[in-house]
Each structure stands twice: as structure tokens, then as C-alpha cells.
Design a protein around this ligand. Sequence first.
Ligand code: CA
Length: 545
Amino acid sequence: MKKISKLLSVTLAASLLVTGCAANGNKSKGGGGAKGANSSPDYRLTNVSFPLKEKVTLKIVTSSGLTSPKDPNDKLIFKRLEEATNLHINWINFTHDQFGEKKNLLLASGDLPDAFFNGGFSDYDLLKYAKDGVIIPVEELVEKYMPNLKAIYDKHPEYKAFATAPDGHMYSFPWIEELGSGKERIQSISDMAFINIEWLNKLGLEMPTTIEEFEKVLIAFRDQDPNGNGKKDEIPLSFIVNNGNEGPQYLFGAFGLGDNWDHTVVTNDKKVVYTRADEGYKEAMKWMYSLNQKGLIDPEAFTQDWATFVAKGKDNRFGVYFTWDKDNVTGNNDKYELMPPLKGPNGEANLARCNGFGLDRSRAVITSANQNLELTARWFDKMYEPLQSAQNNWGTYGDPNQQNIFELVDGKLKHLPLGDTAPGELRDKTSVGGPLAILDEYYGNQVTKPDDAARRLERIKKLVPYMKSDYVYPRVFLTNEESDEYTKLEALIAPYTDRKTVEWMSKGGVEKEWNDYLAELDKMGLKKFMEIKQNAFDKFYSNNK
Ligand code: CA
């Protein structure tokens, strides 16, 4: 602690030396010329409408990917925005990897910009910086100057509730990306099982539907040389242990509640349950170990990183593996197909829904140094226009200098085929992120769905019948007191259960150790941990009736 505060005070002093003078000048005279991140002078603008009669400048901190231009104004999206608004943004841009650290230094210096775009404020940060007077509540700005965002909140009260802190204020502008809803939401299942359909066909096997059939298929993959090279180089089953998208938890639902990346499921009587303390988890561990004993699991499944996993995937060495979208591992081809969830010992198949959402609470915040609140709010509101949101999220059209994500046809954005280009990379280079909303009702009207998302949504639809639970665990907003306790407990529980999961699947022992494990979790405070979750869940539902 001492070391950190010393470092901070040195940095603080240095930054005051450099920028102190300019900051003072800025505040007293409203003059420009400041080189720091300090805010803009009061332009005394009211009843703002775009384009502005005279160009003015706001200073905003943002972050972007390594392949993005250093100056965000070199992006076509921002060039067009400046033309349309006559508002110039003086960006202070950090790369994503450095943003956290640079942002903290900047906030500690007290040398505040007008706003943060792609702010990366956690719930905890929002409450802390609001309390310290660094950022301001925005609910009145939404009401008065942000008709686009207000309309979204009016039509979808769940998003208004989502954006509201436990103290009743809103401190940020959200990112909302709808792709499917309810059980068909694109985040409904993160790790899907993909099976090598060429191997199944070659060996004359059917798609497995039970855990017994599944095991027989894996054994055939192991022994019958389905890739036909005369070597025993097939990997029947691979995954990355303790990983949300590439983990094997998709299989565990055969034994009861199943499991997901945050090990939290909600039963149909609204009880929040920790999956890793459920009896079904023990059975799943036992079964996984029996597969491992038979040499059916990739020995690297317990250690490998993404690069190793993908290298084997690209070589088509997997019989069955797990990931978010097979395009990223074995390519956009017909070699692998979704494998439906398996029926377990009681003859039933179940799939635990994942608690993922296309939601980010804080994609922008306004600082207390901002003297042009109406102007800033109206500019942020433009981001919530459907065509603007779609471009900010994915990329733009009509750029003569590089590949485009869209073409603009009759005032609608149409996704272009990307060929061999990785969608993530092109999006990162040309989109701007920030606060925005893409609602299901826009698809087919203002914008088309990305092809990869459309394919994933088709797979999700096939999985819906297996999702027994009516509820997911929502994106709750904890108070900082709750959050402190939650973080402390999680730091004990997560590494312990991660470690036992690896041990039990790779070396066995779950039956012998299960009761001691439950006792250990009890000692660590699992009960309190789940109480915090349950209370937040109950509050969320009573606020969202
Ligand atoms: Ca072979």
C-alpha cells in the first residue's frame, strides 16, 4: 500500500507541474491551449441542435484496439460525425491494454476531461467516483436532452433498471446489443459442443444422444483411425478446463443442474444455486474422470491455452470440442456440427443457461468538470440513433481506403461478406464502440444481422428445448459494501473450486473428498456468498415487475 501511494504522489506532483498552469488558466478564463486532459470552457450553448453554427471542441478520453488509428478522428465514423454536428472532439486515446492504468492516473491527478467514451468503469468505480464527485448523475440529462436514449428506456424499462445504481441515480450511458431474446439470446449458451461429422459418417456412427452412446463414439474415434492416416493421432474429446467458452460444462447437465461460466443457476422457484456444490456436479466429475481414465480426453485439456487449442482444431484433430463459434477453431465449413446435449442416467438432458448479456453498464460517463452538459448529452444521444449505433458497434460503409463491414442501400446498412477476413479484427479497426443500442427490432429494418451471429442464433434455437430453467442470473448492481464482501469471498471460492475441478477430472477422488470439500466451502463462506447473490436477485426481480 505504501509503495503505491508514494508512486501516486510522485506522479501527481509531476502532472501538476506539467498541467497545473494550463488547468488554472482554463478554469478562470475559459481559454484554450491546455495540453492536459482538462475540460473545455463553458460555451454557453442552450437549445443545442446539430450542426452547430460555430465549431466548438470537447475533450474526451477514450480507448481503442492496437490496430486502430492513434487519433480516433482518423476513423471515418468520427469524420462523418464531426461533419454532421460541427462538434470537434479532442480525443485522448489510450490502447485497451493500457487504458486501466492511464485512466486511474488521470483520475488521481484531478485533471479531468469532459467525459469518458468507452469508459471501462466497473460498477464499483461508478459508485466510488460518483461519491468522490468525479463523475455526475445523468438521469436528468437523459430526461431533458436525450430523446433517443429516453425512448429506449421508456420502451424497455428493464434497460432503465439496468442503468440505475442502488442509490437510484444513473451514472453512465450503456451499451446494449440485442441478438435474440429470452432463451434464444445469443449469450444463452457460451460453450457449445461441436462434433466431427466427417468422422461419424466415415465410421457409420449416429449422432450420440446419451452418455453411453457418446462414450462409444469417443472410443471409436480413439481406435478406428477415422482420419485414415494409419496413426493413432485423433483426440476424441478436447476442451480448455475452467474456461467459459471452451470448457466442457455443456456436458454436465446430463447429471442435473449442469454448470456455466459463473457457476450460478436459478431454479424455476427462483432459488439461486451454486452449481459446484450440487450433487450433480459430483456425478459429472466422476464421469469425466472415467472418460479420462479411458484415454478419451486430450491430456492437454487441463493445461492448454487458446493458441494450442486452435492449432489442433485447425488440423481437425478433435472428435468433439467446445467453443463459442466453431468458425474460430475449425473454420466456417461443414466438418463439424453442433452436438445436442446428452441424456444422463435418469434419461433426461438438460442445459444450464449462461448468465451472459449483450450489456455493458458504463460505456460513457460525464465528469464534474464538464461545463457543457446539454451539448455533451445531445452528442451522446446521437450515438443511440439506430444507424449510428450499428456503425459504432461493427464498423462502417463507403470507405475507399479499406475493407468495409457494410454497404448502405436505400438508407439501410447491409453487412457485406467478409471473405477470409476475421470479423473481430476488422470490427476492431473500423468501429468506435462507446454507448449505443442495437435492438432486435432494428434487424431487417435499419441493419442486417452479421452472418456469424445469424448462424450462432440458429444453433441456439436448437438448444432451447434443453434449457429447463426459466431464469438466468441477471446483471445486478451491488452496493460497494456488498461488492467488497462478494469480491473477498469469490477470491477464496473460485480458485479452490477451479483447482478441485482439475484434480477430480484428471486424477479422480471426488467421491472420497466430496464431503470435506463441502465443509471447506462452508468455512470459506459460500453461504454468505450465495446470500449476497440471492438478495440481489430478489431485489432485481422486485424492481422489474
Ligand atoms: Ca489417425
